[in-house]
Ligand binder design. Structure first.
Ligand code: F6P
Length: 536
């Protein structure tokens, strides 16, 4: 590998090299012009009996079929060259070592430590000894958080848990609680409130009894406007309905313990600035998951993610699933010019997975400058979207089969069901296999409205069952895949400056809504503000 490295990297392994600055990028462009553009999946399968084996693999807790992707041995080989020339392994090692790879915030990115076990680790990252203080804090917080979760589970007085948070402080836990319904103890309801739209909180509070409700206020910063507004309203509702003992009925999950205390919450579970919001479900932010499924299952979730961490850290590039998925993502985005990816999960428990992955991919890699602040001359994060199969089939699949845009589909399926209703699971699995087949084969001989072009790419991730460990592995896989594409694009995947401007302007407009002052506003915003206020 060293022979492939530019000299700057040999001297500084953690330095980054952007994908468009290495020879493999130019070679990939040449290959795309020559054969990539006209690649045909049907022909590729006809010519290569070993294609399925070559483009599929096992990884911890899942099987991945990439064979219906628009790649062949030549493009895949060049994509691996790209990864090597961009020093992807060195960038990965810098992540695990705890280097401050979140350069704009000067922070390490160590969410993998949240799932690194105290014993039985599947690999030992270089530099782990230097992280012993962080590991001690992680274990102490995890133990305390899980102990609290078990006490809540054992306390029959709590019938309702209301988790208030937004973005990474909502999407991950909400997705996981739904996914793991089969592992949840019954008799307790979990509600998630994220939107500052009062209809959401109002709709939840309407049926609750303060004496039987526990509020979890989840916010890394404990300053996010939506969460603070909802938290204050929840406390006001609690007190107005005769609720006593805020300490018993409110807990905070935050890295700003001081602010939580100032709010009046004494039960707090912390985490650290090296845990990004969208990577925080493994931290105290995961408390509602632990309350739902219990400490043992939460540890299983962590163990599944750890197994995927070990795979990412140790598997050779050619058999490294996050790397292979990311290379395919780059191939589609930057060569085939495909601007979105559809996530269709054939398990209703994964209904919120696309929302979680949207934040993961689009907040991480939705950037247009590199780590040095230079404008990128190529496209980055695709738009992620999707609904569970088979619902999506009866809605947007028309466009995926016959529309003018090619949309790579990521199917996620689960072999075993957690119910015993006859017939359903076989139909579900038949549908997911049929959709991939139909996208690839098409109906090229039919004419006009009945013509399906086919040659439309898809990937299948297949879990044996949707259990805590598989879910952990699936989510960690997606985290590492996003890391890899971000690293190749040369961007900082761990900041989110793009969400700031809207927050600042909303504060200004909030004040103007009170006063009616439209001076300095553009004509559209001023006009709308007047209508909203009822001035016009
Ligand atoms: O929307 C920006 C963001 O900072 C996300 O990155 C984060 O997950 C979310 O807001 C919530 O932030 P906090 O946990 O600090 O309330």
């Amino acid at each position: 590998m060293a022979a492939d490295l530019p000299s700057s990297l040999a001297a500084s392994p953690a330095a980054f090299v952007r994908c468009d600055e290495v020879p493999a990028w130019r070679a990939l462009h040449a290959l795309y012009a020559q054969s990539g553009r006209s690649f045909d999946l049907r022909q590729a399968f006809a010519e290569d009996a070993g294609r399925f084996a070559a483009f599929s693999q096992r990884a911890p807790h899942l099987f991945a079929d990439l064979s219906k992707g628009l790649i062949d041995a030549a493009s895949q080989a060049l994509l691996f060259d790209l990864a090597r020339q961009c020093a992807l392994p060195a960038q990965r090692d810098a992540l695990f070592r705890g280097d401050a790879i979140n350069t704009t915030e000067d922070r390490a990115v160590l969410h993998y430590l949240l799932r690194y076990p105290t014993s039985g680790a599947q690999w030992v990252p270089a530099g782990l000894e230097a992280l012993s203080e962080q590991r001690t804090q992680v274990q102490a917080t995890l133990d305390a958080m899980l102990d609290y979760a078990e006490r809540v589970r054992a306390d029959a007085a709590y019938t309702d848990i209301v988790h208030i948070g937004i973005g990474g402080s909502d999407l991950g836990p909400q997705m996981a609680v739904r996914a793991l319904t089969a592992y949840a103890s019954s008799g307790r309801r979990l509600h998630f409130v994220s939107n500052v739209d009062g209809h959401e909180l109002d709709g939840v509070l309407r049926d609750l009894d303060p004496a039987r409700t526990l509020f979890l206020i989840a916010s890394k910063t404990f300053t996010t406007q939506e969460t603070m507004t909802n938290a204050h309203s929840a406390r006001a509702w609690f007190e107005a309905r005769g609720g006593v003992d805020v300490a018993r009925h409110f807990a905070a999950l935050t890295s700003n313990v001081a602010a939580a205390r100032a709010f009046g919450i004494t039960t707090t579970f912390g985490f650290w600035d090296w845990v990004g919001g969208r990577y925080s479900l493994w931290s105290a932010i995961g408390l509602p998951i632990a309350i739902a499924v219990g400490a043992r299952n939460f540890r299983e979730l962590l163990a599944g993610a750890h197994a995927m961490d070990a795979h990412f850290a140790t598997a050779p590039l050619e058999a490294n699933l996050p790397v292979r998925l990311a290379l395919l993502d780059v191939w589609y985005r930057n060569f085939h010019d495909l601007s979105s990816r559809c996530i269709t999960a054939y398990h209703s428990g994964l209904a919120r997975l696309p929302a979680h992955l949207q934040q993961l991919e689009m907040e991480s890699n939705g950037k247009r400058v590199d780590r040095a602040g230079r404008m990128l001359p190529f496209a980055t994060a695709p738009v992620l979207w999707g609904e569970p199969g088979t619902n999506g089939q009866h809605a947007y699949f028309q466009m995926i089969h016959q529309g003018s845009d090619v949309v790579p589909v990521e199917f996620i399926a689960v072999r075993e069901a957690a119910h015993d209703l006859p017939g359903h699971q076989a139909q579900l699995l038949a549908n997911v296999l049929a959709q991939g087949q139909a996208l690839m084969q098409g109906r090229p001989d039919a004419a006009g409205h009945r013509h399906f072009p086919g040659n439309r790419p898809s990937t299948l991730l297949l879990l044996d069952r949707l259990d805590p460990a598989s879910l952990g592995a699936l989510v960690a896989l997606q985290e590492h895949r996003v890391f890899c594409s971000g690293a190749l694009w040369g961007i900082n995947s761990f900041d989110q400056w793009g969400v700031e401007l809207g927050k600042v302007l909303a504060q200004d407009i909030g004040q103007r809504l009170d006063t009616g002052d439209v001076r300095g506003l553009d004509a559209s915003t001023a006009g709308l503000l007047g209508i909203v206020r009822g001035d016009r």
